[in-house]
Design a protein around this ligand. Structure first.
Ligand code: PRP
Length: 180
C-alpha cells in the first residue's frame, strides 16, 4: 500500500490517480451534456480546487469561462458559519450559469457561505461540482449536483487537499492512518 508522511502523520492511498482520472472524465462528460447550449462559468475555490479544476476543465469540451474565489475557513471544524472568509474578483455574474468547483464539501459551511454570496449577484443558475463529499459530516443542508467520490469523515490529503498547507501536490488522494 502506497504511503506518505507529512509532518507528524502518516497517510495511505485512498483514491489512486487512475481512479481520479476516470471519474474526472465522467464528470466532465456530464457537464458537457447538461450545459450543451450554455457557456457556464467555472468558479474555482482556492486553493484546494486548483488541481481538480485544472484536470476537469481540460476534459470539458463546451466553451467555459474560468473565475476564481478564495474561500478560507478559519478555525476549521468550528461550528459557526462566520468563520469562512471569501475574497472575490469583481466580475459580472448576473444571468450567468455558475458551476462552483470545489475539492471537498465537509460540513458544508464553506459552500453555504459561497452560495449565499454568489446568489447576491443574481446568476441564472448555480450548481456545485465537488471531487470529494463527506455526507456524514454535512451540517448545512446543501444540494451538490456533481460528486466525484463520497468518502467517510476521515482526514484526506493530496490532489489539492492539504495538511497544514502541505501535500496538495500528490497525484493520488491519501487518508490519515495511525503510525505502526
Ligand atoms: C477546505 C476545502 C473546502 C472546505 C470544506 O478549505 O477546500 O473549501 O475546507 O470544508 P467545510 O465543508 O467544512 O466548510 P480550506 O479552508 O482548508 O482552504 P483551502 O481550500 O485553501 O485548503
Amino acid at each position: 500500500m502506497k504511503r506518505i508522511s507529512i509532518k507528524e502523520y502518516e497517510f495511505e492511498l485512498l483514491i489512486s490517480e487512475d481512479k481520479i482520472r476516470e471519474r474526472v472524465i465522467e464528470l466532465a462528460n456530464q457537464i458537457d451534456q447538461d450545459y450543451a447550449n450554455k457557456r457556464p462559468i467555472l468558479m474555482l475555490t482556492l486553493k484546494g480546487a486548483i488541481i481538480f479544476a485544472a484536470d476537469l476543465m481540460r476534459e470539458i469540451t463546451i466553451p467555459t469561462q474560468i473565475e476564481t474565489i478564495i474561500a478560507k475557513s478559519y478555525g476549521y471544524k468550528m461550528t459557526t458559519e462566520g468563520n469562512v472568509e471569501l475574497i472575490e474578483n469583481p466580475i459580472d455574474l448576473e444571468g450567468k450559469d455558475i458551476i462552483i468547483i470545489e475539492d471537498i464539501v465537509d460540513t458544508g459551511y464553506t459552500m453555504s457561505s459561497l452560495l449565499n454570496r454568489l446568489k447576491e449577484f443574481k446568476p441564472s443558475s448555480i450548481e456545485i461540482c465537488t471531487l470529494l463529499f463527506k455526507p456524514k459530516n454535512l451540517v448545512v443542508p446543501i444540494k451538490v449536483k456533481y460528486v466525484g467520490f463520497e468518502i467517510d469523515p476521515l482526514f484526506v490529503v493530496g490532489y489539492g487537499l492539504d495538511y497544514a498547507e502541505l501535500g496538495r501536490n500528490y497525484k493520488d488522494i491519501y487518508i490519515r492512518v495511525d503510525k505502526n
